[in-house]
Structures are given as C-alpha cells and as structure tokens.
Design a protein around this ligand. Structure first.
Ligand SMILES: Cc1cc2nc3c(=O)[nH]c(=O)nc-3n(C[C@H](O)[C@H](O)[C@H](O)COP(=O)(O)OP(=O)(O)OC[C@H]3O[C@@H](n4cnc5c(N)ncnc54)[C@H](O)[C@@H]3O)c2cc1C
Length: 363
C-alpha cells in the first residue's frame, strides 16, 4: 500500500522515503483501507484551480497562457543580484518584460508532468524522451549560469526510473462501476486505491465520486488507473504496459478483476486514454544537498523558486501541499510579512500515534 499509494519505486531516494515515513506515520493504522485520504468533490482542477483562478481574476490578477518563459536577466548591486528582465516566447515571438523595483519573480522549476503524451483506445502513448518542456528548460538555463540554483539534470537523466503510465477511462454504461461496487464493498468515491498486488505492472485503479467533472453528462462515468512497472509484460496481455493501447490496458484490468463475462459489454462502452509521463516521479530521484535550490536562493533580492523541486526542510514532494508551502515561504519572506508558514504535522513525536502505529506493525 505504501508503494502504490505514494508511487515509490525500489530505486528511489532513501531520504525521500524517510521523510514520507515520518510525515505519514499516523496513517499506518488505516493504510489498508486508505481511510485518511480526503478527496475534493470534483477533480482537483474543477474543485480547486477553477475557483482560485476566478477569485484571483476578480482581484486583478492577469494570467497569460500559451507563453513560455525562456530566461531571466539579472543586474548586480550591493544587496545582491536582482532579476531585471523576464524573457518569454508567445505565439513564436520572443518578448520581454522589464521589471520595476517592486516586482517579484516566482519560478516553478521542473515539472513532473512535462512531456506527457496521450494514446487512444487503438494506439499506445508514445514516450517523449527528447524534450523536457519549458519548466525544465528554464531551470537548466538558469542553473547553467548561476551557482546556488540547483542541478536539474539529477532529476531528468534517468527517465526509465521516473516514468510511469496512467490511463483514464470514460464509460457510457454502468456495468463496470456496479461490478466494482459489489467487488470492493465501496460506493465510488468512498474507497481508496484498488491495487492488484499480483499484477506484474503493479496496476491500481481509483473510482472517484461521480460526476467527477463539472458538466459530465448523466450516465457517463470516469475512473483513473496507473501502473508502476510499465516495462514488464502483462499477465493477460503479453506486452509491456508502455506498449499497450487503451483497449489492451482495459483487457488486462478486466482480467485481474475476473470480469470476463462482462468484458465485451464494458469494452464496447469504454474509451480508455493512456498517458505516458516521463518525469512523474523525477522528484523522488536520489539527490544530494544543493541539487534542489533554496526557495529564496542566497544572494538574490526579488527571486524565489516554488513547486516540487525547491528545498523545504522535512517536507514531502509529490504533494500539492509542498508547492503551497513553497509559495508561502516565498511570498512571506519576499514581502517581509510577519506570517508563519503552515506547520508540518509531526506524528512521530506524538505518543498515541506511535502506539497506534506500533500496534499496526506487530498485528
Ligand atoms: C497523476 C498525479 C497524481 C497526483 N496525486 C496527488 C495527490 O494525490 N496528492 C497531492 O497532494 N498531490 C498529487 N499530485 C502532485 C500535485 O498535483 C503537484 O505536486 C502539484 O500540482 C504541483 O503544482 P505546481 O503549481 O508546483 O506545479 P504545476 O502544477 O506543474 O504548475 C506549474 C505551472 O507553471 C507553468 N510553467 C512552468 N514553467 C513555465 C515556463 N517556463 N513558462 C511558462 N509557464 C511555465 C506550467 O505550465 C504549469 O501550468 C499528483 C500529480 C500527478 C501528476
């Protein structure tokens, strides 16, 4: 459960595993049914991103999409170095923003979803390994010119160790959800992951509460799944998971579930889209001190790094919380606000948590 819930692979960073064990120690007594997982009513984009964007736009925030920041120029002064120009490309045209003295720059360095690609019911998702996308490119450019801005290559150089494949299935027939409800005893949205421990792909699926998307038509259901060992041969489809079409992924899933009798009905009503993510666990790759830049790099006046690849002591990556905390650190310190960053819960120092978890381990 630990491995599939948090997507750890045997070759990932021991430091990160230790941080996770500390951070989620209190979950051990309910890890078997993932009772500690809280879900948003809809998918996270509809439940969190849309309302936030709406709230921010109403307060004058201007979002520019379809533009890629390519470089930052710095000027040097007694207080340290300050970003003075943001270079970006929009619709193929190179543009620049000259910063005013009061402007601040927050850079998301690195991306776990960069270079993701989609397949279809009849084609696999192709691995894109020759491009790392804007977020990585910007970080590489900055790190190449400045010390103290980290080492992006540590996270991108072993795609075979950071990739995995997910798939999203849209169904126009309730058979699959009804069978799953009977099989697991969970109404969709009330359970956690269903992991097939015998699956050579180490496949898991998640059935969220329906509707999962705003505007999802009545009678349509959506679920999501993934595999961690995507270069292994399947148990029912004799192919590597990474080479499978959406239909083949579903055949493998239905094989593990033993839904043979309903297989054709489910397949005929399904659209399964595979998604290859080359860098999805790049944040878990083994690293050394200094490979991730500090949120506020020493010697800079108006710059911060935010997201999954900056350093926050003791906190755990692959979480929205990490990005939010990095933004809190950046904003409070750049603006000199007298506010505290949300504290980390440290269950390992709570005797009742220790006792409950120890009981689980020995039971
Ligand atoms: C499949 C999956 C499952 C997950 N499950 C969970 C979970 O259960 N719980 C949890 O807490 N977290 C989960 N996460 C992790 C969580 O979604 C991420 O950590 C979080 O979304 C990262 O947010 P961010 O704002 O730091 O970065 P992003 O969401 O990557 O946003 C950065 C934005 O900046 C833009 N950008 C970057 N560089 C540039 C540039 N140079 N120019 C212009 N724009 C740029 C990008 O296009 C993007 O829009 C999951 C992630 C995935 C992919």
């Amino acid at each position: 459960m630990w491995c599939t819930t948090f997507a750890f692979q045997p070759w990932h960073s021991a430091v990160e595993l230790k941080r996770y064990l500390h951070r989620f120690f209190q979950e051990l007594p309910r890890i078997h049914n993932l009772g500690g997982v809280r879900r948003t009513p809809y998918n996270q984009y509809d439940s969190i991103v849309r309302p936030l964007v709406h709230w921010l736009e109403a307060r004058g925030v201007r979002f520019v999409t379809g533009a890629r920041v390519s470089d930052l120029d710095f000027r040097y002064g007694p207080a340290g170095k300050s970003v003075e120009t943001v270079h970006y490309v929009e619709a193929g045209i190179q543009r620049a923003i000259a910063l005013r003295d009061e402007d601040l720059v927050l850079v998301t360095n690195g991306s776990m979803t960069a270079a993701s690609s989609l397949g279809s019911m009849s084609s696999p998702a192709r691995l894109i390994d020759d491009t790392r996308g804007g977020s990585w490119a910007l970080w590489e450019t900055l790190a190449g010119k400045h010390t103290g801005f980290g080492h992006p290559e540590v996270f991108t150089r072993s795609i075979d160790e950071s990739k995995w494949l997910s798939f999203t299935v849209t169904l126009s027939d309730p058979t699959f959800f009804t069978l799953m409800e009977t099989f697991t005893g969970n109404v969709a949205g009330t359970g956690g992951l269903v992991t097939f421990t015998d699956s050579s792909w180490l496949m898991s699926v998640v059935l969220a509460h329906q509707p999962h998307f705003l505007g999802q038509p009545d009678g349509t259901q959506v679920f999501w799944g993934y595999g961690l060992f995507i270069d292994q041969t399947g148990d029912f489809v004799k192919k590597k998971m990474s080479d499978c079409t959406g239909e083949e992924l579903l055949v493998e899933l239905l094989g593990h579930l033993g839904f043979e009798a309903q297989k054709d009905a489910i397949l005929n009503a399904a659209n399964c889209i595979p998604c290859m993510m080359p860098f999805i666990t790049s944040q878990f790759m083994p690293r050394s001190a200094g490979d991730r830049p500090a949120v506020r790099p020493a010697g800079t006046t108006n710059l911060a790094f935010i997201g999954q690849f900056c350093e926050i002591t003791d906190d755990v990556v692959f979480t929205v919380e990490y990005s939010v905390r990095s933004a809190q650190i950046a904003v409070y310190s750049l603006l000199g606000l007298d506010k505290s960053v949300s504290p980390l819960y440290k269950g390992q120092f709570d005797a009742s948590v220790l006792l409950a978890s120890a009981r689980t381990l020995v039971s």
